[in-house]
Design a protein around this ligand. Sequence first.
Ligand code: WT7
Length: 663
Amino acid sequence: MPDDTAELEARLEEQDEFEPPEEFVSQANVSDASVYEEFEEEWPECWERAAELLDWDEEYDTVLDDSNPPFYEWFTGGKLNASANCLDRHLDDRGDEAAIEWVGEPSDEDDRTYTYEELHREVNEFAAALKEMGVGEDDVVTMYMPMIPELPIAMLACARIGAPHSVVFAGFSADALATRMESADSEYLVTANGYFRRGDALDHYEKTREGLGDVGHNVSDVVVVDRLGEHGHGHDLESNEHYYQDLVEEQEGAEVEPVSRDAEDMLFLMYTSGTTGQPKGVKHTTGGYLAWTAWTSQAVLDVKPEDTYFCSADIGWITGHSYIVYGPLALGTTTMMYEGTPDHPERDRLWEIIEEYGATQLYTAPTAIRAFMKWGEKHPDQHDLSSLRLLGTVGEPINPKAWKWYYKHVGGEDCPIVDTWWQTETGGMMVTTLPGVNTMKPGSAGPPLPGVDARVVDTNGEEVEAGRAGYLTVQKPWPGMLRTLYQNDERYVQEYWAEYSDTDSDDPDDWVYFPEDGAKIDEDGYITVLGRVDDVLNVSGHRLGTMEIESAIVGVEGVAEAAVVGGKHDVKGEAVYAYVITEDGYEEGDEMRDRIVEGVEDAIGPIARPEAVIFTPELPKTRSGKIMRRLLEDIANDEELGNTSTLRNPDVVEDIQRKVSGD
Ligand code: WT7
């Protein structure tokens, strides 16, 4: 390494504050720090600025209705359609510009560009097909689709006719699909026959059929996108199943008037993991959610219509909903999506895409950055990434080392990084620097966004001093918030509000939202999010409930008891560690381990696959019989164990420790 590079590395390593690059600031959508004060003074009317980014069929009469906390309503009386906001209104100015740039797997020659005109046409055609199938306003349509353009098309087609969508990540198992369809009483499904991954044509149809077989109610229609064509697996469709391509062709040229939805009408459901085994159906509405995603895309991701904006998430998660589909398209920009993986055909796939398309922003996850780091800087270094103007991360805390690598090797030291904290439930970003305004501190997400009242408190709800760890809370509602858990208002209150609110009060000041994250705050008001404080793991930026995994394991023949905890992992952040007790007569060993792994993959999906399965004759329990998870976590992380004297069975600890360390 030449001397000056070494010096540069050393300087970077020591530096813990970074100023937004001047060139960026001079063109940023938001570059004036006064926005914080203005929003505070104007609250809640400040959110009209977000609503103004949208076209309303009817103006709202109230910005915030907080008469029945925590069932807040935003922009009440207003009417709008999300698909019209993402498509129709851009046709005059941007009709010939790309709305979606889709990069298929490189084995495939057919990368596709959809102009706004083309996207609008296909969304109309598919909306017409859905209507003809009998899908009515407020019918939930489930989507179980890989990263192909038909996924955002189907979402927008649903939005057009006022049918909420419920997208189930394609990597989830058949079981997971069935549970979600049942929970949402969803009678319609859009899926695909397969997708390409690392050069293989993977079958998705069989898994879909398996899932459908477990749905207790009648599913009236299934739409199958033929993604595989000649590489297909030769399935014949059932009588209530239709190929997407046929439906769209039959509707050629059809136009469907977008229905005017109340601001508070449901736009979609998204299931996410919680403490109990049952996934939670997070309900988002039309006005507040769309305003929130549009505003944050503009203020934080600095999206402009002429950009080619690239978020590498999967649309099956909230990041893809908010920041591949709704936010960017509401602003009329070009949004990118890709099929496959970042390491195929080579480990420079992302950098190649950025160079080829001239991407202006990259929004990705720390787990991906850590993998890129591991693969080496030669991959980004051999590409021209100078089109990039801004970088973002989301999903889990980012360690300063990964932050700096991203800053240097991807951003070339002249792109600001936004480390954005938010959740499925918040709809969009909540805590992050504004890239044209704030100093960046690697490892710390930053201050709450203007108008967001996030605070770090202790167990009594009192704000903690700078430097102290506590719990993250949000003390005022915001337009993008979830409205409830689908058909379960009670669980909504219990899960998110009960901890720090006076639940008997109807004064909104007595209501505090608890996201179940631990956090610290520094003297400048920067928040460092430490991670979940409930029994939810964050594996590669994805939320997995330990209970869900445990119940999958206990469902495996020969398993008596199981406890799942998170162990630290270089790339994934956290990995699944499963401690298992077998029933008498069953042998602990590879065969059993394989069946456990398979059981978890069947119940949830490969993302939940245990990193380690540790057989043990007993689990460490307190005298009252509670499993000591903290202890199991410490063992998984090879950390010094705290006090074990309260255990009923202290001997078991050493035995487990030996097994984990492999002695
Ligand atoms: C949980 C939410 C937000 C979309 C992707 C995940 C963790 C998220 C950060 C961040 C530290 C983060 C939290 C949160 N998280 N972003 N920038 N720094 N932690 O959405 O599946 O709903 O998970 O992800 O623990 O509660 P999700």
